[in-house]
Design a protein around this ligand. Structure first.
Ligand code: F6R
Length: 627
């Protein structure tokens, strides 16, 4: 949800900013802009363009037309003000005395705007960010009158602005009268500082690691209410009281190639294919041999077996696909461990005065670790003294750092807006939790434990087998690309899979789709079924197979065209459906991990057949840092 980048150093800034923005485009892509400052004069040049980053690249001749070694850039996902060149960032005050890029939302911008207008400030855009830029300008003028040194003056203005604004921000800031200096500040939106050595000598700021990875692996994670002041040679970090602080430089281990397409046409397809590796990486380190048996090891959570045994309830919280992971995991946890399990949409959770139990464990599921609603839910639970566990992909993200414990999903960077490998790894992490709970609570015996662990460990190879049959799904997708409505139906775990399949399809193919618990159709929705409507029936659960097939027969007799998704061996489905995809057999509780893959492929191929931008679907952004 908007990406910011900045560079100060020996090199020309604009090409570096544009390359960084290209890596952040997954965060928003309705407009983009850069501000570059030439050390030799007072002039800050700002260039902005509506639409994809390529428009800005064309306007600036890939950055070559904008000279200067210090600059900031932004790729936008509009919240306040329509996508346009005017509303694109950077935003600035008169004569570009203060120039700002911002990821987040200034909630009280109306009130700030009104106060500044009374002081004579004129606003040129409809954005909330402009209020922060002009507020900074106002505090910077005030600080200037008290004769402070330039850095002190900037810090004091930034601090006063941070105290005054409400909301979330990662800000990159240039002051027109401070050449060769870049400032940054953060609250509730991700921000890193990169230290570049060698011929690039200098510093970078960014919303996410991929933006700096071509230039450096050494980064500092900026925390809430911290400020960075950066020059070519120096990095100074401050707390909100403007006291200098020390922070560790972290070495990023993963490769820049992990954030490249590596020959695939789209990131989504690459990430779909990475699922076997990602699931293996998430499972294997947490399974250890002990006395000839395999055990789930969750010592990273700092919860002892006694702690796990004493948990009275599990509450799974997430948004979108992460919520769907929770929906699937609930079946697995309740069936295996017999612990009551609730699943909550993070965006709803806080607003229903949730009744939390002292001994419950709240699990926040998030790929980015920055989703505003999930973070807010986490904080609410922490304030209530409830133990929290984060299942998160992005290392050192806000949710990972604020939760009491974290289980990382080792999916690697996920760039495509539609999640695939993060979903699969979150699911794998929660299987581990389910088995652990079941064992310590005495709900399963040793033989069942070993069987479940073996089945889990076989999942990566089985996902590989599903992928090897992708051309059949592609063929079907090409036939179906013009359909207008799709229904996904299933019961039990198959309903949870349907939810994810439906979301995948609608978000990247723009086809209306809905997921229904198959037994619910008769209570209203079946009236929407007519000739040619595509219904995807998911039937991986042996004990529910016949019931789901009966529901498929009901829709077929009303004209539906049927895609059946089941496991090898359940060939009876062919009497009912028009097209079938089989996935390998596994323990029924883990079938989601296999059945979700053809549904990801279906959505992918339909999106391609329609010529859509698979990785960057309209109106969406990867990391939703606003409520
Ligand atoms: C859908 C999708 C979203 C995310 C949701 C939560 O493909 O990616 O629904 O799952 O925005 O994001 P995270 O997991 O980053 O909290």
């Amino acid at each position: 949800m908007c990406g910011i980048v900045g560079y100060v150093g020996v090199k020309q800034a604009a090409p570096i900013l544009l390359e960084g923005l290209a890596k952040l485009e997954y965060r928003g892509y309705d407009s983009a802009g850069i501000a570059v400052r030439d050390a030799g004069n007072e002039h800050v040049e700002v260039v902005k363009a509506k639409g994809r980053l390529k428009n800005l690249m064309e306007m600036t001749d890939s950055g070559k037309a904008v000279r200067g070694t210090c600059g900031i850039g932004h790729t936008r996902w509009a919240t306040h003000g329509e996508p346009s060149a005017v509303n694109a960032h950077p935003h600035y005050s008169r004569e570009k005395r203060v120039v700002v890029v911002h990821n987040g939302i200034i909630e009280n911008y109306q009130e700030i705007k009104a106060a500044l207008q009374r002081k004579g400030y004129a606003f040129a855009t409809q954005t909330d960010t402009e209020a922060a830029a002009l507020l900074l300008d106002s505090y910077y003028s005030e600080a200037g009158r008290s004769g402070m040194a330039p850095r002190e003056r900037a810090l004091s203005a930034i601090r006063d602005m941070m105290i005054r604004v409400r909301g979330s921000y990662a800000l990159g800031i240039l002051f027109g009268d401070q050449p060769g200096v870049m400032y940054a500040a953060r609250k509730d939106s991700p921000l890193i500082v990169g230290r570049c050595d060698g011929e690039l000598a200098g510093h970078m700021i960014a919303s996410d690691v991929p933006a700096v990875l071509s230039y450096t692996r050494n980064v500092v994670y900026i925390d809430n209410l911290e400020i960075a002041c950066l020059t070519q040679e120096e990095m100074h970090l401050y707390n909100i009281d403007c006291e200098e602080i020390e922070k560790p430089v972290v070495e990023i281990r993963w490769d820049a190639a992990a954030a490249e397409k590596e020959g695939y046409e789209h990131f989504m397809m690459k990430e779909i294919h990475e699922q076997p590796r990602a699931v293996r990486d998430t499972l294997s380190p947490r399974i250890r041999e002990e006395d000839g048996a395999k055990r789930v090891d969750l010592s990273e959570t700092n919860l002892t077996d006694e702690d796990f045994a004493a948990i009275s309830r599990i509450r799974l919280i997430g948004c979108g696909s992460a919520y769907h992971v929770g929906m699937a995991a609930r079946y697995v946890i309740e069936q295996l461990a017999r612990v009551p399990c609730d699943v909550d949409l993070a965006s709803e959770f806080r607003y229903r005065s949730p009744i939390l139990e002292e001994r419950e464990l709240v699990v926040i599921i998030s790929q980015s670790g920055e989703t505003a609603d999930s973070l807010a839910a986490l904080r609410l639970c922490k304030e209530s003294g409830i133990r929290t566990l984060a299942v998160v992909n992005v290392v050192s993200s806000s949710i990972a750092r604020e939760a009491d414990a974290v289980m990382y999903t080792w999916a690697g960077p996920e760039i495509s807006v539609a999640t695939t490998k993060a979903y699969s790894t979150q699911l794998a992490a929660l299987y581990l939790l389910a088995v652990k709970l079941a064992v310590v609570r005495g709900q399963i015996d040793e033989a069942r434990e070993q069987e479940l662990i073996e089945q889990m460990l076989e999942l990566p190879d089985k996902i590989e087998r599903v992928l090897s049959d992708k051309e059949r799904v592609q063929w079907f997708a090409n036939k179906m690309a013009s359909c207008k409505d799709v229904f996904f139906i299933g019961r039990g775990l198959d309903y949870a899979i349907s939810l994810e399949g439906s979301l995948k399809l609608k978000e990247i193919s723009y086809i209306h789709s809905e997921a229904y618990a198959a037994g619910e159709l008769k209570h209203g929705t079946i009236s929407l079924i007519e000739d040619g409507v595509l219904v995807v029936g998911v039937a991986t659960q042996p004990e529910l197979f016949e019931k789901v097939v009966s529901n498929m027969v009901e829709v077929r007799s009303r004209g539906a065209y049927l895609f059946g998704l089941t496991t090898y061996g359940q060939y009876a489905i062919e009497d009912t459906v028009n097209f079938t995809v089989y996935v390998p057999r596994t323990d029924a509780l883990f079938a989601t991990s296999l059945a979700v893959v053809p549904l990801q492929l279906l959505a992918y191929y339909i999106s391609c057949a329609k010529g859509l931008d698979v990785d960057k679907p309209r109106n969406l952004a990867k990391s939703v840092t606003v409520e």
